[in-house]
Design a protein around this ligand. Sequence first.
Ligand code: ACK
Length: 726
Amino acid sequence: MPSNYTGACKPGSFKAFAGNTKCSKCPPHSSSHDQAATVCHCDKSFFRALKDPSTMACTRPPSAPRNVVSLINDTALFLQWMPPRDSGDRKDLTYNVLCQRCDTADSGLTQCEPCEPDLRFIPKALGLTGTSVAILEYAVHANYTFHVEALNGVSGLGVAARSLANITVNTHQAGPALVGVVRKDWATENSIALSWEQVEQPPADIVDYEVKYYEREQEQLSYSSTRTRTASVVVTGLRPSTVYVFHVRTRTTAGFTAYSPNFEFSTAAEDPDVADQGQVLVMVTASVGGFSLLVILTLFLLITGRCQGYIKARMKSEEKRRTRFHSGHVPFSGIKTYVDPDTYEDPTQAVEEFAKEIDPSYICIERVIGAGEFGEVCSGRLRLPGRMDVPVAIKTLKGGYSEQQRRDFLREASIMGQFCCTNIIRLEGVVTNSRPVMIVVEYMENGALDSFLRSRDGQFTVLQLVDMLRGITVGMTYLSDMGYVHRDLAARNILVDKNLVCKVSDFGMSRVLEDDSEAAYTATGGKIPIRWTAPEAIAYGKFSSASDVWSYGIVMWEVMSYGERPYWEMSNQDVILSIEEGYRLPAPMGCPVTLHQLMLHCWQKEAGQRPNFTDVLSFLDKLIINPGSLLTLANDAQSLTDSPEDLPDYPLFISIGDWLDSIKMSQYKNNFLAAGYTTLDSISTMNTDDIRRIGICLIGHQRRIISSIQSLRLQLHHIQQNGFQV
Ligand code: ACK
């Protein structure tokens, strides 16, 4: 036996266990000076973490993050930085963001202390794997100093100084005066009317007020906000007998003031007869909206013949008008804007106003075509007297519904009824006076776009697909011009007619976007379709037409991949993390590079940098006029940023058999093995030509395999960033 198997190890080498094993050379940045070393000790300034094996190179803490920059907008402060130049040769890099608030006293002395505990860091302050963070609830007129620290598994093991990069952010945003006491004027079971005074006149002009509110019993993580131009608002859509926390801030031409203190008010109990006492004050509080409003309202009621003898009905109409006025929904002359049905005290009125009641005897139901959220969806014919009969789809509300379900069901009709555009699904009318309650819309022969494309995989030309996208863009341009935010734009919510015309549908999730171009609503913690939703909407509920543009980019990807699931089988959490780390969906197979570039443009992290729908439309029109621009295809598997050499060593968490089973392609297992692709690592580098070369000829199968390989690479990317977690 050679001596290095039995003898003592020489300096510079080591053997962890005595016995018949070979001595190993000391790993990088470690050495052994004596004979028979069982371990090599790390060189000065290098370390091993507890879990590092003795065969691993010694590593060191990272250097500081680089180029920390800040960005501040109405609601959030963003910090972004670049990774350290030296990662310490480890892959477990994380960041902590530490915060100090430094205020200068009248004496001129600056004092620093830890930041307020209610400052919110999205996604978190410590242990970040990405290189950015959003900070909410900061105070205005404050100096914050943020220390961004880079860490890895051996940080803190030496005496070296911490690897910090610092930035001081000043949140001066003008607006010196706070809003004073916020009063409750009156409340019903679903709404609360508030008013307040500006304590002193701010030097800059007041643009409007922002009212933020949330249920007291809920975590403040989920809140809603609304804007109003006058110092009063009626907040609607609230739950009965519930205490809400409100605070108000002023927006001036120079920025926001600080929020007022919190004020807590309760809605009235559910029984309409037990409405809050304050309701009788409605006549008195008309002065808040102005006496003239009351006069106009009375005239309006008289002229339209809707004046009823009941004071209560008048109060409700008043409330509705006031709400619409205060929420900025009164359309400017010449521009049609969307009216949120939630601003009606009685949603039935919104349905009456925007949807035509159809006599059920005119509807002939033929067959059930699917299941909707509230009941069956049927196809049939509508035979209006004196008109040709037309094919229709009929959404029904199943029996045993609650009043709330009926309202939610009909809410969609009162939204849809306001739109008139060839690329928005057309409402024919509603049946509300008899059972079953129905919504009747135009019939779309090819059903939902996602399943339609899946059933016709590879059968359209690129130009046909672009034409479908163009239709969706026309519909979305119309909606955004109306100030309407869809919130749930996805291929499953687009319907296709027999001529392949695509129309936007499903208006269940939407909320109004006020006429203010900056206005965007925050979510109240409702369900969000993560894969389709923009990061700012997921993180802090900022839905806007710009977040609809993000979703539109995902729809583009769904269309170009014939209904593939975005991000494949990745979990929602991994999708959020990958997006935050800057990852974006690669071009689908056969997708022109120009279209993938447009998708990437729609997925800009900063909402303001995304195109608007008008931009998208003119871009698509240019492509259609010049189809040569669609000839250069993005090279599918190679369009990923990682080159194969960059792929990390990673644990094989599934076998080739498992992988092929998971995509229902196990019949091709031998094709891979026979061609020498024996590990997932080697498969992750394959492109379409390789797939074809190993004998997989069906286009649909090639597409599915290539998509899954991309998903595999995406997971590897994620593992590289975050380590492998079971
Ligand atoms: O993919 P689909 O056939 O298209 O299955 C769903 C199902 O009802 C449940 O939503 C279909 N659907 C909905 N609205 C319409 C419509 N206006 N015309 C035709 N099919 C519709 C949808």
